[in-house]
Structure formats: structure tokens, C-alpha cells
Design a protein around this ligand. Sequence first.
Ligand SMILES: [Zn+2]
Length: 295
Amino acid sequence: MSAPMAKVRRVVTDSMEGLTLADYAQCSSRVVTVLGQNPGQFTGPGTNTYLVGSGSRRLLLDTGSGAAAYPAVLDRALAELCAGAQVDRVVVTHAHPDHVGGIGQVRARFGPVAVLKKRWPQADGEFAAAITPLEDGAVVGAEGATLRAIYTPGHAPDHLCFYLVEERALFTGDLVLGAGTAVIPEDSGDLGQYMASLERLCRLEIETIYPAHGPVVRRPKEKLRDYIAHRQLRERQILEVLANGPLEPIQIVRHIYQDVTPALHPAAESSVRSHLKKLVGEGRVARTARGFALA
Ligand SMILES: [Zn+2]
């Protein structure tokens, strides 16, 4: 007999901690990954940027944070793994700084290349004028590669995943990571939308996930299933601890993140707040003078 779900503390058990990746590597005949040279607590080994296509003019999907070491690494990857190809256009999953921070470097190196993304006026900032807007279903083609944009809000309001038709592969940005779980920012994120985006991805034929952080995922169905189960478990845990009386978010964190180092409690609190926002919106939890309580 399996243990009751209430006793299960975690679904996703891997993490970015201590993970290292090569500076650049060939993922397939039309995908080369180039590390953004921006390691950190939330980026893991750094942002994965991807050169996509097989011709002399390739797409660059995401650009890293603008780390000084990135352009030289990108150049080496183009020379050694892409037969000296150039970057033709930049495709962006979403406007967080560790994805768009390198746009200026890329345009300094390859000229005023177009930046293809869904608009997010509050975040697009200095490169807004360079944007070619993409919406759900838009197709971006390069020699040897066809990308289809899939609108997947939840982590960020402009978030697009890109489906690589030729490989049945999906570039998931920050929606699904190679290790650990994604952050749902309390302000601009939306957990309800995030869950709907994961459900949408489950309906696609996906053989490979190319995430923005961490290693390539070769078992995408299990990964998506675990991601959904992880959030469902957290939601149940929050409802369980609130059944004993009202609590503030940080108190909820202390109850349900006992296995997580206190250094990560602020991130966990942000995640708990996102869950509470969803539950309040659904009328299942209410804000009271003594904290959040079951409605
Ligand atoms: Zn992000």
C-alpha cells in the first residue's frame, strides 16, 4: 500500500544546486545550447540560450542576462558547432532580465537584428522598438527549423513556449526547468494561468524539452506530470495547515517547507503567496485579521 498523499513532502526531488553544464553543446542537428554565463541561486548554471536552425543564418532563442563573458562563448559556439553561422534574429520566451539582458550584446555583434516576442509593455523597456510582436500560433522559420509560438502565461504575462516542429521538441523558457521547480512571482505571475499552461503542454506531442535553465529533458511527459502534481500537493498542504487556524504566509512556509534550507524560505514564501492568491481568487481561502484562513 502506498503512503497517504498527505505524508508526501515533495514530488519534484531534483534541484539546480551544484549543477554544472558545458559552455556550449550540440543538442541535435538543428539545436545548439550556449550557456548565458550567469550562474546564480535562481538561474542554476545560468540561462540556456539556444541557436536554432541548420543554415548560415540562425535564430538565437533567449540571450542570457548580459554577462560580459557571453558574447565570446556565443562566438565560439557559432564557429565550432554552427560552421561559422551568424545570428539572424532573436526569439525571446519572456522579458525577465536573465532572458533579455543580452539583447544589446547580440545587436552590437550582429547588427540591429529583430527581436521576436510577445509584447509586455511594462517590461519590454529599452528594446521595445526592436520588437516584432508574436502572438499564440505565430510561426517563425529558419533554414531547417520551424518554431510555433505557444502562449503560456503564469510565470510571466508575456511567456511564450516554442514548439520545434521538426523534432517535436519544446523550448519551455521558465515554465518548465531541467531541474527543480519554476518560480511563480507573486506580482506578475499567476498560478492559475500557470497550471492551465502546463495542462495545455500536456496535450502536445513532445519528445524533448529544451528548458531555459538546467539540462535537456528527454522524458517530457513525466516532467509535466510531476510539475502538475507538485503544485497540487503544495495546494493540499496549504489547505491542510490552514484547517488548524489562520496563518501568515511565512508561518505556512515553516510548516510545509521543513525539508528546505531556511535560505530558500523567502522564495518559498513567494510561492506560498502565489498559491494563496489563487485560492483567494477561487473563494476557497480568505484574508482575515489573523492571517489567511479557509473560507
Ligand atoms: Zn523568468
